[in-house]
Write a protein that binds this ligand. Structure first.
Ligand code: ADP
Ligand code: MG
Length: 621
């Protein structure tokens, strides 16, 4: 009795196979991932039947996947102890177009053909869809599938095909429950019969499959996919160990977020913030190391586009059942699915940071110390999250002691009823901020000022513009007025005299200043400069300079303090000694520029200083 049955592939399957076999598809290696995924699915199905009571017994054969390579026979064999297939299931599953990936692929292909598309592009199209089992034919001259269904009293079967037109099915005796797939490699693909090659592929793609995988007798996947487990059952040490594994780090993570979502996408994610900012310690701009999985099978490592750029310090895993398994790198990056994931994940992470800042302020402070630059980058580059990110940044402030920081929200809460703007001042450190001429008016008026030490903070504020409806304003540009100007000395100028002096200064300094005016905000300093450009501050000017991008020669407005002894005396001296007064005027301007950090070349100032010193001491009498 000849029990060999010959079958023709369904026309669509043959079409699919022709493309698979003849295309120059570059990711041939994924056949290992596909076959292991099928084996894992089969085990999963069996476990389900057992736990749901639809299948009794059969627990003597433990669930697992055994892979063997034979480089003499040039074969790769994948055995599982899963559900197996009956005769009809073999025909149905491996001979007709049953599963979604292939179906979608063929649909797209048909559409492309209608539109007159070329067949060469078919190869790239394959990468976008799952071809699952058939991917074996990219490397195989022949594939044999031995299988026996878990259903009672089913015989074993052997399915054989070369992928061209037909397949054969034959009944076999000694086949245990489950499936054995043997891939007979084409001569030019014989490398896949090397154990190290297959080991690398399993570790890369299938390391977190939830059934034990062995290769030539050795256990491979020892690290468990903890992200898909219930949070309550996971110990802290397990998280740490997992972080060290995927983060290639020897330390503990600073923060972790483990969450699941069902809508709008099914997501399981485990994200870590490393203990240090690696970019800061002199390393190159990092790659984001979050890997994308679909049901514990790797889709893309370091999945680009999964998070916005500014979250590139994250490490971890995102697993979504909603992902098509075989989607290719190229289409992945700009797919709408990816954008959706990006949105959900980044919003969730921002929310997490917000929670942490309240629940674990100490840890949050550490985070902020290391990673605030990234948050600020987000404010500048990521419009979607700008407002949410603004809540996460912290600054030192005149309202709190040195070393303590505030959020913008808390600043706003402290604002008096008349205050309309949020003030900040940029200085190398707190001491110099507090002694800055721009700060003294603020202090006199008891206005809170944020202290910035990072020049980029001004750019960040420039993008943010406002917070909770309050404009963010550099103290340099603030139009404040002190109520009761207290004079440091008895000598001061009446309003009229001060105006006269301002006029004289403008005439004397000429093109070096665009305007000289009587200040309403100075207390201790005689003068200060303000950039004439309404939007430019001194530090922005410095940054532009350092980038060789200064728009045009800077022009400054000079403000004079009528209650300052130097200013008062200058008004007298200008009438007595024009030459000396001229020198003092120039020196005052330079002093103001130095206080603003705008003094680039002090040489001419030093020379003038020397002349003034000589003047002070007078000639030999
Ligand atoms: P998919 O896995 O996306 O369904 P495949 O082409 O990978 O598509 O597999 C087609 C079908 O063949 C599977 O749905 C499954 O029913 C069956 N199959 C493949 N491999 C196995 C296996 N090892 N054990 C049991 N059934 C299998
Ligand atoms: Mg599959």
């Amino acid at each position: 009795m000849s029990s060999v049955e010959k079958h023709q592939f369904q026309a669509e399957i043959q079409q699919l196979l022709d493309i698979v076999i003849h295309s120059l598809y570059t990711d041939k290696e994924i056949f290992v991932r596909e076959l292991i995924s099928n084996a894992a699915d089969a085990c999963e199905k069996l476990r389900f039947l057992q736990t749901s009571g639809q299948l009794t017994g059969q627990s003597d054969l433990p669930l697992g996947i055994t892979v063997t390579t034979d480089d003499t026979a040039q074969t790769v064999t994948i055995v599982d102890t899963g559900v197996g297939m009956t005769h009809d299931e073999l025909v149905q599953n491996l001979g007709t177009i049953a599963h979604s990936g292939s179906k979608a692929f063929l649909k797209q292909l048909a559409q492309r053909k209608e539109g007159g598309g070329d067949t060469k592009a078919d190869a790239t199209l394959i990468g976008q869809f799952g071809v699952g089992f058939y991917s074996a034919f990219m490397v195989a001259r022949e594939v044999k599938v031995w299988t026996r269904s878990c259903q009672p009293d089913q015989p074993g079967w052997c399915w054989t095909s070369e992928g061209s037109g037909s397949y054969e099915i034959e009944q076999v005796e000694e086949q245990p429950r489950g499936t054995k797939v043997v891939v007979y490699l084409k001569p030019e693909e014989k490398d896949y019969a090397q154990a190290f090659r297959v080991e690398g592929l399993i570790k890369r793609y299938s390391n977190f499959v939830s059934f034990p995988i062995s290769l030539n007798g050795a256990a491979l996947n020892t690290v468990r996919a903890i992200w898909s487990r219930n949070k309550n059952e996971i110990k802290e040490e397990e998280y740490e160990e997992f972080y060290r594994y995927i983060g290639h780090d020897s330390e503990k993570p600073l923060m972790k977020l483990h969450f699941t979502a069902d809508a709008p996408l099914a997501i399981q994610a485990l994200l870590f913030v490393p203990p240090r900012n690696f970019e800061e310690v002199g390393m190159a701009r990092g790659d984001m190391e979050v890997h994308l999985y679909c049901k514990r099978v790797l889709i893309q490592s370091k999945a680009e586009g999964l998070f916005p750029e500014w979250l590139r310090f994250l490490k971890g895993v995102v697993d979504s059942e909603d992902l098509p398994l075989n989607i290719s790198r190229e289409t992945m990056q700009d797919s709408t699915l990816m954008q959706k994931l990006n949105k959900v994940l980044s919003s969730r992470f921002i929310k997490f940071l917000e929670e942490q800042s309240e629940k674990n302020p100490e840890t949050y402070d550490k985070f902020h110390e290391q990673f605030s630059r990234f948050l600020k980058e987000g404010i500048v580059t990521d419009f979607t999250h700008r407002e949410a990110l603004a809540k996460l940044i912290r600054y030192e402030t005149s309202a709190l002691e040195k070393g303590k920081t505030t959020s913008l929200a808390d600043y706003v809460k402290r604002m008096g009823p008349d205050q309309k703007e949020i003030y900040f001042i940029l200085a190398p450190n707190r001491d110099s901020a507090e002694s800055s001429p721009y700060y003294e008016g603020m202090r006199a008026q008891k206005l809170e000022v944020l202290f910035f030490s990072d020049p980029w903070d001004e750019f960040v504020m420039d993008h943010l513009r406002e917070f909770e409806g309050k404009a963010l304003k550099s103290a340099e540009k603030a139009e404040i007025k002190i109520d009761e100007p207290q004079s440091a000395s008895e000598e001061k100028l009446e309003a009229g005299d001060a105006e006269e002096l301002a006029k004289w200064l403008k005439a004397s300094l000429g093109e070096k200043v665009s305007e000289v005016r009587v200040s309403k905000r100075l207390v201790e300093s005689p003068v200060l400069v303000v950039d004439s450009d309404r939007f430019m501050t001194s530090s922005m000017r410095r940054i532009l300079k350092s980038m060789n991008k200064e728009p045009q020669q800077a022009k400054y407005d000079l403000e004079i303090n009528p209650n300052h002894v130097v200013v008062a005396r200058l008004n007298r001296v200008r009438q007595e000694n024009q030459v000396l007064a001229g020198k003092v005027a120039e020196q005052l301007l330079d002093n103001a520029r130095a206080a603003a950090g705008l003094m680039e070349d002090p040489r001419s100032m030093v020379q003038r200083m020397n002349e003034l010193l000589a003047d002070v001491m007078g000639p030999k009498s």
